[in-house]
Design a protein around this ligand. Structure first.
Ligand code: GLA
Length: 352
């Protein structure tokens, strides 16, 4: 098998611009498909322990679904991953009002966030990888954010069954930035994800209120349903009689990663599906990771001839902590002119 990248037309934007789907293949025959719309990952075909490929990524069949209530399927998230309380923050003495698209709060960059934008795309092939360079200029004032933000995201499918995602941004005014990818996985390619076994390298997490805004403290996971320091079935404690589980409708929480070195690219989480043996590792340079157990999926969510029912997929979204612009004790998410925002994450597939 040779490393390759090909393209085809997936559909069209309402204004007629074509949406292109790029197909990346590596030397093992692993296949990843990505759109220039929202940088959406539409397919990820990886082997089970017998070498049988299946598509472990959830996606929709048409452009309209991605421009509707897409649940952020597969997409690049920006300018700010997860929530900002009351869709508002104060920076350098000035208050900014963002698009309120999640009750009173701002979620995943607003209704017209990066996930719904058509990105400029360039492709590349090296002896060991195939990739896509996506660029998007987020204009000053977009969704309420200050500054023109020039964003580049590089997707690279490597020979070792790793999909690497490198983010870069620069700005001309101080602005919060917190970019990630929001792929949904089901390593069995069907059914629910309650039997998938999850490990998260986190000793602490950020509890939330009943509209999923962090309370600000970082309590230990020990003795709670949030202790994934050793592998646990996702379903084992998902309905526990626990206020945090109730506030998240299951798992919808940011975990504080136990980093060996700040800013290093390290293993954050591992998921194993015991029947197929497929394993997903999520690597990141970020200080946190959102674990979302697909609580808002339901029978009306359909794609690829399937219904994406309640808890039929999970997301592990590397990120800075939610609501950081309003939480001075959290690591800063502010990017200033002259600085460069860079972060690398990876989805790596093995079997076990
Ligand atoms: C994130 C949020 C969830 C939900 C999903 C998408 O993980 O934390 O509350 O909005 O995205 O539906």
């Amino acid at each position: 098998m040779q490393t390759s990248i090909t393209e085809s037309t997936f559909g069209h934007m309402p204004d007629g611009r074509p949406v292109t789907e790029y197909t990346l293949t590596n030397v093992n025959g692993m296949i990843v498909k990505i759109l220039n719309l929202g940088g959406v990952i539409t397919e990820i075909h990886v082997p089970d322990r017998d070498g049988k490929l299946a598509d472990v990524n959830c996606s929709f069949d048409d452009v309209a679904s991605y421009l509707g209530d897409s649940q952020y399927f597969g997409a690049l998230i920006g300018r700010y991953g997860n929530r900002i309380a009351n869709a508002s923050f104060t920076l350098d003495g000035q208050q900014y009002q963002l698009d309120a698209n999640n009750g009173a709060n701002h979620l995943h960059g607003g209704l017209e966030g990066f996930h719904r934008r058509l990105w400029t795309a360039e492709t590349f092939v090296t002896p060991k990888s195939a990739g896509l360079i996506l660029s998007y200029l987020s204009a000053d004032g977009e969704q309420g954010y200050p500054g023109n933000l020039e964003t580049t995201v590089i997707y690279e499918l490597r020979a070792d069954n790793e999909l690497r995602i490198a983010f870069h941004a620069i700005t001309d005014q101080a602005t919060p930035v917190n970019l990630t990818n929001h792929a949904y996985f089901n390593l069995a390619a069907g059914g629910d994800i309650l039997g998938h076994e999850l490990t998260i390298h986190a000793d602490h997490y950020t509890p939330i209120d009943d509209v999923q805004i962090p309370l600000g403290d970082l309590p230990p996971v020990a003795g709670t349903p949030f202790d994934f320091r050793s592998a646990q079935a996702i379903g084992a404690r998902i309905d526990a009689d626990d206020e945090q589980i109730r506030n998240g409708f299951g798992y919808d929480h940011n975990f504080v990663l136990a980093k060996k070195a700040e800013g290093a690219l390290e293993l954050a989480a591992r998921v194993r599906e015991p029947v197929s043996g497929r394993v997903l590792e999520v690597w990141t340079q970020e200080p946190g990771i959102q674990f979302y157990s697909g609580n808002f999926l339901g029978d009306s969510v359909k794609g690829k001839g399937r219904i994406y029912g309640h808890r039929s997929a999970f997301c592990l979204e590397p990120q800075h902590f939610p609501d950081s612009p309003n939480q001075p004790a959290f690591p800063s998410t502010i990017l200033r002119p002259g600085e460069e925002y860079t972060t690398v994450m990876a989805y790596k597939f093995t079997t076990g």
